[in-house]
Design a protein around this ligand. Structure first.
Ligand code: EPZ
Length: 422
């Protein structure tokens, strides 16, 4: 039975939201436990659908884990299977993150090709090309990536910056023989945390946080992965600050990492909001007048594509025409038609969206299409008159922990209901 989220007009928010651990840091770190000879404990792990999907996949391979109160203890020495099955991989494309570790530990594995998703084809060709350069024999058969071979370090240049591609090769290189250099590597904070965790566990890694990472592999020797606390989720933090912005309310996010949000905080300021930082807490204050904004999404430390939809929702309330160019994904404007259903005035030309504001929004039925587009519809629903029903809400629970509770605690009114039988 499908559920949908009914959002009541909630124009005044107040108080604070505690930010959870970053989903996109937890996923590669969970995959990296495949490289460990001993049990590992990860703390501040968000209890979201994507994390539970990856844990289900590792359990299917033979690993054992306990996951309670955001603390995950996982033992992978019991892994006795190297096939990541379609039934699980199809529900979350980040499952591709087991490819590198499985191959470098077992010298063979089969991983179902991840499907595309609403935001684009999202191929994994760069992952596969890099692993082939490291000596893997890779073929695609029956929808599966079938890989085998003992990995050897080499120089790899990524044609495009890829977050999970970089993470996969870092993990593959950790157990490979010799030195691997990754040129044009991703430098997202989530990539940095994975590299730091491997370094603390004895892997010699240079260039962490730069676009050139060098890894000296153990030649098949498993590592003793150190226990790690997951970094705060910068996208979740940006999403709740965006809730403060769109309702023009004073709102604080706690347990955040302001240093991971510099490009985003600057955009809030350019839109006229005052931003106050106190240690790990960020407070957004109302703007006298919300200015229109120009945004071009790019790899870290540029403006994150994962906050593009949320800023588009804010832009519907800005004075003037905002221009947002999506440069990373070919189809990440699925939320535009839905925002327009609420009364927004957004036009698209190729990869550029033009948002005229301010436009009053009126509640309607809308459809979530991907994780971040869904959160943009929730934000719009807060200020839309009457009620907004966001359907296919499961997208939202893939990456936002305790979302309804967190929003309710700051004054938003929303409830999760079952779709009526047609
Ligand atoms: C990661 O996805 C994130 N997911 C995404 O967050 C995020 O939007 C994206 O990075 C960009 O920041 C996780 O970390 C689990 P990419 P990823 O490889 O690694 C192309 C969310 O909402 N490409 O950096 O899959 C690709 O098509 C999710 O939490 C190739 O062409 O993204 C895209 O256009 C959504 N070939 C661009 O590169 C490849 O082999 C960047 O993709 C790999 C990527």
């Amino acid at each position: 039975m499908y559920k949908y989220l009914k959002i009541y007009h909630s124009p005044d928010l107040k108080g604070s939201v505690k930010i959870s651990g970053a989903k996109n840091a937890a996923l590669p770190l969970i995959a990296s436990t495949i490289l460990s000879k001993k049990e590992v404990t990860l703390s501040n792990v968000p209890n979201v659908a994507d994390v539970n999907t990856l844990l289900k996949l590792l359990k299917n391979l033979g690993a054992n884990y306990q996951f309670t109160n955001n603390q995950l203890t996982i033992e992978t020495s019991t892994i006795n299977k190297t096939t990541a099955i379609y039934e699980i991989v199809k529900t979350m494309r980040a499952s591709i993150l087991v490819l590198g570790p499985l191959l470098s530990r077992f010298n063979k594995c089969e991983v179902s090709l991840p499907g595309g998703c609403a935001i684009g084809a999202r191929p994994v060709d760069l992952h596969l090309k890099a692993l082939s350069l490291m000596g893997a024999e890779i073929k695609i058969e029956g929808g599966y990536i079938k890989a085998k071979g003992k990995l050897k370090g080499t120089d790899i240049v990524f044609d495009k910056i890829t977050v999970t591609g970089t993470e996969n090769i870092v993990m593959a290189a950790a157990l490979a023989k010799g030195k691997t250099r990754i040129i044009n590597a991703a430098k997202e904070p989530e990539v940095v945390q994975l590299c730091e965790s491997l370094k603390e566990s004895g892997i010699d890694i240079q260039g962490i946080g730069t676009n050139e990472i060098t890894i000296y592999g153990t030649d098949g020797e498993l590592i003793e992965l150190k226990n790690t606390e997951i970094i705060p989720d910068r996208i979740e933090a940006g999403t709740y600050l965006a809730a403060g912005a769109i309702t023009n309310s004073k709102l604080t996010v706690t347990n955040a990492e302001p240093n991971h949000l510099e490009s985003v905080l600057l955009k809030f300021k350019q839109m006229g909001f005052k931003i106050e930082i106190k240690d790990k807490n960020i407070t957004i204050h109302p703007a006298n007048k919300i200015n229109s904004i120009d945004i071009l999404t790019s790899e870290y430390p540029g403006f994150p594509t994962d906050l593009q939809a949320q800023f588009m929702a804010i832009a519907t309330q800005a004075n003037g025409v905002s221009v947002i160019e999506e440069r990373l994904f070919e189809n990440r404007f699925m939320h535009v038609a839905e925002l327009n259903r609420l009364g927004a005035n957004i036009t698209i030309q190729g990869k550029i969206a033009y948002i005229k504001g301010p436009t009053p929004l009126y509640g309607a039925d809308v459809m979530a299409t991907d994780l971040r587009a869904s959160s943009a519809l929730v934000l719009a629903g807060l200020i839309a008159k009457n009620q907004t029903n966001v359907h296919r809400i499961y997208h939202l629970f893939r990456g936002y922990e305790n979302l309804i509770e967190k929003f309710t605690n700051i004054g938003a009114k929303m409830e999760l209901l079952y779709e009526p039988n047609p």
